[in-house]
Design a binder for this molecule. Structure first.
Ligand code: 4GX
Length: 238
């Protein structure tokens, strides 16, 4: 998969892309991530990418032109390099978007090419939404300072689903189960730590009982903390 990011803070990305699983996925060429400075397309001698909102009001709005021209250039470049154009799927990260969940991540992981648009200030010109983005996504109902962190979240959760990114693809399957039910409690050594003991059943070696205990714990936890996961898709947060 190819991922291009349009941002005014490209320096935020290398530390995240260069660590752990993402680093390995990139080295193994499971995913290719290119981060571009949106100011390269500002078309302005001061590299300004924002302007004052029509109608007045506080804050600044990101101009549409740099986003549109950057995407045009990336498409042109792709056609030049590959002869025929893969079509990019353009995503705007914003609190107004549909909330990201694992189902969406799975759908996006099947796209050959994503372009992520990171917004700042009070937002971006509506025409970016209407005329450029294929989809608008939010990573949750809280307000961040920028769209770069959501873009990194998306890169992270999409990349780990790509074949070859995790050593063990079985863990992907298991994780997707754990989205219908919260995980059971896990323990490792020692048997007692600061007065807290590992549940006796886990030391019993009785795998039938262990399986039953884990299932019960997972159900209990889900019912108390995330009943919406059991109620099903009628619930908003699912
Ligand atoms: N999940 N933010 C984006 C600026 C902005 C506003 C409107 C585009 C349109 C967020 C979130 C989030 C804060 C990132 C505002 N860009 N993005 N930024 N939660 O809070 O995605």
């Amino acid at each position: 998969m190819q991922i291009d990011v349009l941002t005014i803070f490209p320096e935020m990305f290398p530390p995240v892309l260069g660590t752990s699983i993402l680093k390995r996925a990139i080295l193994k060429k499971v995913v290719r991530v290119r981060v571009h400075d949106l100011r390269d397309w500002s078309g302005d001698k001061h590299k300004k990418v924002d302007d004052r909102p029509y109608g007045g009001g506080p804050g600044m709005v990101m101009r549409p032109q740099p986003f549109f021209e950057a995407v045009d250039d990336l498409k042109r470049q792709e056609t030049r390099d590959k002869g025929q154009g893969t079509i990019p799927y353009v995503i705007l990260l914003s609190p107004q978007g549909e909330r990201l969940n694992q189902k969406t991540v799975e759908r996006l992981s099947k796209k050959p090419w994503l372009i992520l648009l990171c917004g700042h200030y009070e937002g971006v010109d509506e025409r970016v939404r209407v005329g450029l983005a294929d989809e608008e996504l939010s990573i949750g109902d809280y307000v961040l300072t920028c769209g770069e962190l959501p873009a990194m979240v998306l890169i992270d959760c999409v990349s780990r689903l790509l074949p070859g990114s995790l050593g063990d693809q079985a863990s992907v399957k298991e994780e997707s189960f754990s989205l219908q039910l919260l995980e059971y409690p896990q323990f490792t050594r020692p048997e007692e730590f600061r007065g807290m003991r590992v549940p006796e059943v886990l030391l019993s070696g009785d795998h039938v009982r262990i399986g039953q205990w884990r299932k019960l714990q997972a159900l209990r936890r889900t019912m108390t903390r995330r009943p919406d996961l059991i109620d099903g898709p009628s619930n908003s947060s699912n």
